[in-house]
Design a binder for this molecule. Structure first.
Ligand SMILES: [Zn+2]
Length: 474
């Protein structure tokens, strides 16, 4: 399709959760699956704003006349999330991450940051607004198909999570409320569906390279804006995967074209992405002026020095290249460079020069799965357990063939000191003795059989090459 001819304009809005504590209180950013400790019920009604008009989106939500229930936890949510206590100072770690992203995207960063309140009408914020602040404007990112403008980067608080809904009420969980989000809004510079996919992917990689973002389902959300000549801007929410983006753009173009062909007007609205690339009406497009200053938090000055000293992290592509040079296969380097705990890998490589980086990488990436296969329960070794095991390997106190068995034992909650004793590498003398015993006990066995017996008995405590040599020699 000639997308230039039909005047396709599309932009992305990306919301990425940060892996820090909450933005305006010290609560941890954890999503809870267990039963909440308390539930608070409230009612939220639409009121006219400063202009005297009620936001169309507010009227739409208000018609539902629902009560809102908020589920809270004693230990991971506090009075800030319940809007019973003013917000604390902004989380500096989150602010730092947002400033870094703004710098990486070549944005202008304001000298003073002002926290704003953005009206929220669906009950997903206990206060009725979401706190947000502008961190950068006027940036750009290069794609294969040309430069894409970055209009704005905001740092804001995530909303509550909807856990239930019935005729009278909607239930929200406070666990997600206040998790810092970086919002990146691109200019409508996407000119083809494929460019949309590439752009989202590039921004995703850039965010991950900071090492400050959460990973996994629901931690990144993408919204798409799509318009064509004669149509209007439609916001598509709930884009789950990058690969959906081209289809969503294509189908939205088709939808608007069909309406225009019938000589009807395309209504500005928010639509929800479906898995097949189609969309469903969600709500009218909210009015634009819905922000007012947050008076509970003073202005935040941002010194130029602070921005200058922010270090641009190594890109994921560069990291991958470097790992290949360390001896990792292309596949392993690709997976490791994107792994959430890649810092641990780098640390272990540095601390254990005698262990091949390849062994460290494949162990880190495969051990949890392999252990689960053996013991049938989930086990992820701690960073400290990894550190101890690899340092023993580095010192030649254990052999790499013992790694899986050691972690299997550790998964049974045993004391690491006790576990290690059973796997201590045999000295040459001890090994000779063991081999001699095996030979004596199995006098009639063939060499192949002897190797089999020796391997099964000594595999985790001696170098397999040495075992073979000794059997053949003596
Ligand atoms: Zn809190």
């Amino acid at each position: 399709m000639g997308y230039a001819k039909i005047g396709l304009k599309a932009g992305l809005e990306i919301h990425q959760q940060l892996d820090t504590n909450k933005l305006f209180c010290a609560c941890p950013s954890v999503i809870r699956k267990d039963k909440p400790d308390l539930v608070v019920t409230r009612e939220l009604r639409p009121l006219a704003g400063e202009t005297g008009e009620i936001d169309p989106a507010a009227i739409f939500e208000g018609k539902k006349r629902k009560f809102y229930k908020y589920e809270a936890y004693n230990d991971t949510t506090c009075l800030v999330e319940l809007d019973e206590e003013p917000p604390h100072k902004i989380n500096q770690e989150a602010l730092e991450a947002a400033l870094l992203v703004a710098k990486m995207l070549h944005c202008d960063i304001p000298e003073t940051i002002q926290i704003m309140r953005k009206t929220v009408v669906d009950g997903s914020n206990t206060s009725g607004f979401q706190r947000t602040c502008l961190i950068g404007t006027n940036g750009y990112l290069d794609t294969k198909y040309g430069k894409v403008g970055i209009q704005n980067i905001n740092l804001e608080e995530d909303a509550c999570r909807r856990t239930n809904e019935d005729k009278e009420s909607v239930t929200f969980r406070l666990d997600r409320l206040g998790i810092p989000l970086i919002e990146i809004g691109t200019a409508p510079d996407i000119k083809t569906p494929e460019q949309g996919r590439e752009l989202a992917e590039k921004i995703g990689m850039l965010l991950r390279s900071t090492g400050k973002v959460k990973r996994g389902l629901g931690t990144i959300r993408q919204d798409l804006n799509v318009s064509i000549k004669g149509g209007t801007r439609i916001e598509i929410k709930g884009v789950q995967a990058l690969k959906q983006i081209p289809a969503l753009i294509e189908k939205e173009v088709e939808r608007q074209q069909k309406i225009i062909a019938k000589k009807q007007k395309v209504k500005p609205e928010v639509r929800n992405a479906q898995e097949d690339g189609t969309t469903k009406f969600l709500r009218p497009l909210p009015g634009a002026a819905r922000m007012y200053p947050e008076t509970d938090i003073p202005l935040i000055p941002i010194s130029r020095l602070r921005i200058e000293t922010l270090k641009i992290p190594e890109s994921i592509a560069k990291k991958e290249e470097r790992f290949v040079k360390l001896g990792l296969s292309k596949d392993l380097a690709q997976t490791m460079s994107r792994w959430k705990n890649v810092k641990l890998f780098e640390k272990l490589v540095k601390e254990n020069p005698k262990v091949k980086p390849n062994v460290i990488a494949s162990t880190l990436l495969s051990i949890p799965k392999q252990v689960k296969k053996k013991v049938d329960h989930k086990f992820i070794p701690t960073d400290e357990q990894y550190a101890i095991v690899f340092s023993l390997l580095n010192k030649g106190k254990i052999v790499k063939e013992a790694l899986l068995d050691i972690f299997v034992e550790l998964s049974k909650q045993k004391d690491i000191e006790k576990v290690i004793i059973d796997f201590e590498k045999l000295s040459d003398k001890e090994l000779k003795e063991e081999i001699k015993n095996i030979k004596e006990k199995n006098k009639s066995a063939s060499e192949g059989k002897l190797i089999g017996i020796a391997m099964s008995k000594l595999r985790t405590r001696a170098d397999p090459k040495k075992i073979m040599q000794l059997i053949k020699k003596t």
